[in-house]
Design a protein around this ligand. Structure first.
Ligand code: PRP
Ligand code: URA
Length: 209
């Protein structure tokens, strides 16, 4: 599908299967999410631009590649986005971080905002939005709208699991924002949960159910 990358790497798929299993502990789930995040980060950053710089190794001078431009921004959709954020920061520790506090109203499934903080100069930075679940896409669409209002222009969205309904809605609302995901599952159930999915990502990460 145009604008959607499904990351089929064997390590991602193996770890995702363990995360889906309802017997996996809270600690295990959180650790696996952090590990998968590093692998998703590797994929979403694989086309970043490099430039040659002059350095001296202990054996002499050379020109070697370094990333060009401003540090990127990771935008975490709270709460569960923080699980992906940790792994992303393991790989790109100098990145800037935005937080968007959203929760789904359980009746209407609309996204309710309770917090927003982003770097002032986000307009000049690549912004990678992270949230493990793309279900109805109400949260992701709202998060990207807020970031665009703040000035973000160059965005990518990373999740662990997506529903086909969410992918369609998100691509319709933000066709300029590519999606990276480890899986597109079967469908949403009547409560807006991804099937077969992995349950409620935030609750499984933090043991809150
Ligand atoms: C979950 C998830 C996404 C959202 C996805 O968050 O982390 O943000 O649901 O659903 P949607 O695509 O239908 O909007 P939730 O609202 O449960 O909040 P939490 O992360 O605080 O648990
Ligand atoms: N949010 C989750 O955490 N899981 C789902 O399946 C849908 C939304």
């Amino acid at each position: 599908m145009d604008g959607v990358t499904v990351i089929g790497h064997p390590l991602v798929q193996h770890k995702l299967t363990i995360m889906r299993d309802k017997e996996t502990s809270t600690a295990g789930f959180r650790q696996l999410l952090r590990e998968i995040a590093t692998l998703l980060c590797y994929e979403v950053t694989r086309d970043l631009e490099l430039e040659l710089v002059d350095i001296d190794t202990p054996l002499g001078p050379m020109q070697a590649p370094m990333l060009v431009g401003k540090k990127l921004v990771f935008a975490s959709v709270l709460r569960a986005g923080n699980g992906l954020l940790e792994g992303m920061l393991d790989l790109v520790p100098a990145a800037r971080v935005a937080h968007i506090g959203l929760y789904r109203d359980p009746k209407t499934l609309t996204a309710v905002e309770y917090y927003f903080k982003a770097p002032e100069d986000i307009a000049s930075r690549l912004t990678i939005v992270v949230d493990p679940m793309l279900a109805t896409a109400n949260s992701a669409v709202a998060a990207v709208e807020r970031l665009k209002e703040r000035g973000a222009k160059d965005l990518r969205f990373v999740c662990l699991l997506a529903a086909p309904e969410g992918v369609e809605r998100f691509r319709g609302a933000h066709p300029d924002v590519p999606i990276y995901t480890a899986s597109i599952d079967s469908h949403l159930n009547e409560k807006g949960y991804i099937v077969p999915g992995l349950g409620d990502a935030g609750d499984r990460m933090y043991g809150t159910k």
